[in-house]
Design a protein around this ligand. Structure first.
Ligand code: ZN
Length: 89
C-alpha cells in the first residue's frame, strides 16, 4: 500500500484500499460447482479491494513488509501483512 513520506516517518492512521481474498460467495469454492462459476471463473476465490483504516507504525521505509492492524469495511479489525510504498509528500 502507498503512504505519504510524512506518514512513513511519523506513523499515523490512513484510509486505503486493501486486496482481501475470500472464498467465492457464489460457489463457496465447492469443487463440483466452481468449474462453471461466473463470479470466480472456477478459482473458488475472489479478491475484493476493501476500504480500510490502517495504523502505520513510525519509521517505515519503501519495500518494508509489516503486519498492521487494519479496520476493514465489512470485516472489522484484522491483522494483515502489507508491503509499503512511499509517495513523496
Ligand atoms: Zn465461484
Amino acid at each position: 500500500m502507498a503512504i505519504l513520506s510524512t506518514v512513513a516517518e511519523r506513523g499515523g492512521r490512513v484510509l486505503v484500499r486493501l486486496p482481501v481474498s475470500q472464498p467465492c460467495p457464489s460457489c463457496a469454492g465447492a469443487e463440483f460447482e466452481r468449474t462453471r462459476c461466473p463470479m470466480c471463473q472456477g478459482r473458488g476465490i475472489v479478491t475484493l479491494r476493501l476500504k480500510a483504516w490502517v495504523t502505520v507504525p513510525p519509521g517505515i521505509r519503501a519495500g518494508d513488509r509489516r503486519v498492521v492492524l487494519a479496520e476493514l469495511e465489512l470485516y472489522g479489525e484484522r491483522a494483515m501483512e502489507v508491503e509499503f510504498r512511499i509517495d513523496p509528500a
